[in-house]
Structure formats: C-alpha cells, structure tokens
Design a protein around this ligand. Structure first.
Ligand code: DAH
Length: 368
C-alpha cells in the first residue's frame, strides 16, 4: 500500500518538476500527454483503484486523484503564463509598421525622349538664370511674321508653307487684323515680342513648345518642337550669346565641346549666326578614332561640326515693336531658336524623325 502511495508521490513530484521547467506551451502539451494521457502511469493507477482491496481504495484513489489534479492545475497555470508571453513575442515579431511607405510599384511608363530632352534643355537654361515661358500655338500673323521683320512677300508666309486658321464663327478679336491672319505658329519666335510686351527689361526667357509647318517627309513632320531663347538688357553682346550657348552645348553634349558661330541670315536678328557644336563622336577631328586608313566621321560628315541652332542679336526693328514697353534705344540682346527633335537626334543617334511619333515601344524603351 505505501509502495503505491510512494509511487504516486514520485510520479507527482516528477511531473510537477518537469511542468515547472517546461520552456513553452508545446512542451507543456507534450507533458500533459506523457503524465495524464491514456497510456500514462498515473491515470492507469486511478483506473486500477477498483481492483484494489476495499481498505486501500480510499487512500490510493484520493492520493492519485490529488496528484492528477495538481499536475493538471500546474499545466494549466503554466500554459496560460507561457501563452501570454508567446503571444507578445509573436506580435512583436509580426509587427507591421503601417507608417512605412509601401513597396513602390514599378513605373508603368517613362517620359518620351522629346519630353526628356525638353526638360534637360530647360534645366540648363534655368541654371543660367533664364525663366521658362510658354505661348499660344494658334498665333497672329503679326507676332509670327510681321513683328519679326518678315517682308510681306517672305515665302514662309505662303499657304504652301504655313497652316492658316479660321475661327469657326468667322470672327476674331480685331486687335491684330482680319481672321485671315491667324496661323499655327511656324516657330517659337513670336514669343519674343509677346514676352517683351508683358515684361520690361531685363528679360531672360526660354520658350519651349510645339510649332507647325506644311512639311512631311523623312526629315520633316508637320508638327515639331522648338525652344526659343531671349536675353535682352542694356549691355548684352554677341560675347554673351557665345558664352551662354557654349555652356549649353557643354551641358548637353559633354564638357569638352566647343562652339563656333557662322554668319547667316534671319529677318529678326542682325547680325545672325548659325551655331555649330564640335562633333562629340570624332572630338571635332572629322575622322573616326582608331580607323586605318582614317574613316570619315559619319555623324558630322567629316566636318568636325554639327549645326545645332540659329541665333543672333535682336534686330532693332523687332525692338521697335516693344519700345513703349521699356525697350528703348539702350536695349540690346540676343535670341536663339533650336529644334528639340534635332538636339535629341544628334545626342542619341536617332536616324529618322518619324521614330519619335510612331509610338513603337522598341524605340521608346531605349530612353529613360
Ligand atoms: N525661328 C527660327 C526658325 O524656326 C530659328 C531662330 C533663328 C530663332 C534665329 C531665333 C534666332 O531666335 O535668333 O528657323
């Protein structure tokens, strides 16, 4: 009899000690099975009580039952203590910081090469102190041709070169002439007089935008893009023009570039120049490096120079249109105009103007 009671006490002590030492709820579950499960010794002893001599049943049954309850109670107590700690640990480990920015989705598109190039050009001139202005694409003949000194018979005025626009109701504000005198602007230069009317000197602006001409072939599209530049103050000279355009050429085509000015003619500048940048493919040599016998550079056609824009000192006749806005005798400065398509073609080796407008992803995805 005391053997059985001793055994119960032993089982109880071992179980309690193991339960006390269990490190987590999984271990406790395992101990519950080991000590209280169907095959465990203590429950078996309890089940065997009925077979004992009657005078032993009470004491053994009581001891075994108490032992079982004690083990069960301790397992329950330890389980709830450990479970709380385990939950805390899991919550801490799983914590999601909702204030963190989400994983950014891969951008589905990119800027068109022409937009990228326009922004690049704008950045360069903003850095040089120019402001970006925009003007209307539907323009008076006055600003597009007359105020820019185009002779009445200038060929660009012809209907074969220029899109003329009629208001649908046949009327137009009377300030600059009849409805016949509205065009889709053929260049961004009309913004020269417009912006000087809006602001006295000093003025330093660039004007990016769409322009239109009745032309369509491998090197011409009816709509394309230009950037106009204008800097007028009292003492702006051809040297400033060259310095500004040299800084521009180096920013866009590389720090080793040079520029040269070639005499030219535009109705609205005097003197007028065309501006070339030294060829970045052959470093201005006209020959492809490392070729024997020397091969002619295909980009500059062996000349060492690439034409990038038209420019000149603003003609006094043009300033005459804005005299009353503060551009009197002392005012002088320069203007320039470039094609965005051409700048991007040169810089990225784009062989055909129409690639810009075909929307072929194989082309577009090469940039940006
Ligand atoms: N407007 C001219 C063109 O479309 C380009 C140009 C030349 C603009 C000389 C200028 C300039 O401002 O000074 O061909």
């Amino acid at each position: 009899m005391s053997d059985v009671l001793n055994r119960i006490e032993e089982l109880r002590a071992t179980a309690l000690q193991q339960v006390q030492a269990a490190a987590d709820t999984a271990a406790l579950e395992e101990l519950r099975v080991r000590h209280l499960g169907r095959k465990a010794e203590l429950p078996n002893l309890l089940r065997g009580v009925a077979d004992l001599p009657p005078d032993q049943r009470g004491a053994v049954g009581k001891a075994a039952n108490q032992a079982r309850q004690a083990v069960e109670a301790l397992i329950d107590e330890r389980t709830s203590a450990l479970a709380a700690g385990e939950l805390d640990a899991r919550l801490a480990a799983d914590a999601v910081d909702l204030t963190l920015p989400g994983t950014p989705p891969r951008p589905v598109g990119r800027l068109h090469l022409l937009t990228q190039t326009r922004r690049e050009i704008e950045d360069v001139f903003l850095g040089l102190g120019f402001r970006v202005a925009e003007g209307p694409e539907v323009e008076w003949v006055h600003y597009n041709f007359d105020a820019l000194n185009h002779a009445p018979a200038h060929p660009a005025r012809g209907r074969s070169d220029t899109f003329y626009v009629r208001p649908t109701d046949g009327t137009a504000p009377p300030e600059h002439g009849s409805p016949d005198e509205i065009v889709l602007r053929t260049h961004t230069s009309p913004m020269q007089v417009r912006s000087m009317e809006a602001q006295g000197p000093p003025i330093a602006i660039i004007v990016p935008g769409r322009v239109y001409r009745r032309d369509s072939d491998a090197t011409h599209t009816p709509q394309f893009h230009q950037v106009e530049g204008l800097w007028v103050d009292e003492d702006i000279t051809l040297a400033d023009l060259k310095g500004v355009l040299l800084a521009f050429a180096r920013a866009i085509f590389g720090p080793d570039r040079d520029v040269r000015l070639r005499p030219h003619f535009f109705p609205f500048t005097e003197p007028s120049v065309e501006v070339d940048v030294s060829c970045f493919q052959c470093a201005g040599s006209g020959e492809l490096r490392g070729t024997k016998p020397p091969q002619r550079c295909n980009l500059c056609k062996g000349t060492g120079w690439l034409e990038i824009l038209g420019s000149g000192m603003v003609d006094p006749d043009v300033l005459g249109y804005v005299r009353e806005f503060g551009y009197g005798d002392g005012a002088q400065g320069f203007a320039f105009g470039m094609g965005i398509e051409r700048i991007a073609m040169l810089k990225h080796g784009v062989p055909d103007l129409r690639l810009y407008y075909d929307n072929d992803l194989r082309f577009l995805e090469q940039f940006g």
